[in-house]
Design a protein around this ligand. Structure first.
Ligand SMILES: Cc1cc2nc3c(=O)[nH]c(=O)nc-3n(C[C@H](O)[C@H](O)[C@H](O)COP(=O)(O)O)c2cc1C
Length: 449
């Protein structure tokens, strides 16, 4: 502490205690008789000094933190309290002051304030980065048509993103919790899906499953869902999180590929059977080996042409007559007795061309193995016409076998006939039907043109 006498010129110090000496480094004799401003220095703020000056002039008490300098020149923060002491006439008699070193407090405060600013800046930075990565994630999820979800196995609380809801056939902002999720799973797949979730929750194994869902509109979809279990530090289950995506299109392509692979195998077998039939039949009828060689070569060449027609994806489409003659050429005996072909000039789309070629090839192969083309007196009549029916022009196509062995319907439908009926009906958006009449196989198509 310090006491000054404001009744003397320049308000000099008349007393300082030991603590003052220890704080400032000045001994009492060095300071008594001087104004206390000697503690100020170059970095002391003038406005702090001015506030003290005004307070002393008005005999008011003041507390201020200001920068002072010790005798050795080291700076310190001085929390200075100056209070007036009045005499019985309420005149200012002494000034009494306390000096308290608050350097540490101020420095800590300044450091904390700097740290806080730094933290705030880094939090803002992290927030911006998070917003940026969330935006990227959203974009990636959207571009990949992925939905994200988190699921708490304990409470069975499901939190699904809008993308996830869309995958399951729900509107983006609709309610989609655990009950809705379970309800959307195809009943036949439900037990398997729930067991997989339980297994991940229990053992932490990856959740990776493909299953069917049925949307509110009754649409069947395939979804692929992958997820993993996040655990607490003690290993207990915290939450499951993952992605879901609609794989209906992929499944459709896979099914189509499987059908094509099956069909290809079947066709190769049939082709070999046809080649074998061609070879046997030609050798039986041939007058000489060289005649047989030429005929076999020609017939196998025709078979190749039919296959070209059959397998070329990018054909411009062919007329029905082209298709029929292309496919039937290998089965023709060259004397025009086996088939009759009759119908108007109609060009079909490439897809339909292929489907019809496949169907005719199948029918012809079967006929040459078991039907009208397997015996000398057999005949196939191939006719088509155009009529007006529901919603426009319609094609009526018929393949009618006669004169062959008595036909009995097969006990089980083979791949070939299934393929004929299904593929054609699908491609032509109409109906295609094989009938096993005792007099011969009849095949009819009814489709819009
Ligand atoms: C009793 C008393 C003690 C004071 N102690 C200090 C002090 O420790 N440090 C300081 O910078 N100023 C101190 N002052 C303030 C200065 O003495 C002075 O009043 C201030 O610098 C304003 O006056 P000026 O503008 O004439 O310098 C004290 C003043 C009084 C009356």
């Amino acid at each position: 502490m310090a006491i000054s006498d404001p009744t003397l010129v320049d308000n000099p110090i008349i007393y300082v205690n030991f603590a003052f000496e220890r704080l400032t480094g000045y001994a009492q004799p060095e300071v008594v008789g001087r104004n206390c401003r000697f503690l100020q220095g170059p970095e002391t703020k003038a406005e702090d000094v001015a506030r003290i000056r005004e307070a002393v002039a008005r005999s008011e008490r003041i507390e201020v933190d200001l920068l002072n300098y010790r005798k050795d020149g080291t700076p310190f923060w001085n929390r200075l309290l100056v209070a007036p002491v009045l005499d019985q006439n309420r005149q200012l008699r002494y000034c009494i002051a306390s000096q308290h070193d608050v350097t540490l407090e101020r420095e800590t405060f300044v450091k904390l304030a700097a740290e806080q600013r730094e933290l705030e800046a880094s939090a803002a930075d992290t927030k911006a980065q998070l917003a940026d990565s969330t935006a990227r994630l959203d974009f990636a999820l959207k571009a990949g048509r992925l939905g994200s979800w988190t699921f708490d196995p304990g409470s069975r609380h499901l939190d699904a993103s809008n993308g996830c809801k869309i995958v399951f056939g729900y509107a983006p902002d609709s309610e989609f919790g655990y009950a809705e999720f379970v309800g959307a799973i195809h009943p036949e797949d439900r037990a398997q899906v729930l067991a997989a979730i339980q297994a991940t929750a229990d053992t932490g194994c990856d959740y990776d499953i493909e299953y069917r869902v049925v949307t509110g509109e009754g649409e069947l979809r395939w979804v692929a869902v992958r997820g993993e279990l996040l655990t607490r530090a003690d290993g207990t289950a915290l939450t499951m999180t993952g992605f879901s995506t609609d794989i209906t299109e992929r499944k459709r392509v896979e099914e189509h590929r499987a059908l094509l692979a099956g069909e290809l195998t079947h066709r190769v077998k049939n082709t070999l059977a046809t080649v074998s039939a061609i070879v046997n039949q030609t050798l039986r009828d041939a007058v000489s080996m060289s005649d047989a060689r030429d005929t076999i070569g020609a017939r196998i060449g025709s078979l190749a042409i039919a296959h070209d027609l059959l397998l070329r994806d990018e054909v411009d489409g062919a007329t029905i007559a082209d298709i029929v003659s292309g496919v039937m050429a290998p089965f023709d005996d060259g004397r025009g007795r086996l088939f009759s072909v009759d119908g108007p000039n109609i060009r079909l789309e490439p897809r339909v061309t292929l489907a019809l070629s496949m169907a005719l090839h199948e029918l012809a192969t079967n006929a040459s193995k078991y039907g009208a083309l397997s015996t000398a007196g057999g005949h196939v009549s191939i006719t088509w016409s155009v009529g007006i029916g529901d919603g426009g022009r319609r094609l009526a196509f018929a393949w009618e076998e006669s004169g062959g062995p008595t036909v009995t319907a097969p006990t089980r439908t083979g791949f070939g006939s299934r393929m004929i009926e299904r593929v054609l009906a699908q491609h032509m958006r109409g109906t295609a039907k094989i009938e096993y009449r005792s007099t011969g196989v009849v095949f009819v198509i009814d489709a819009p043109l």
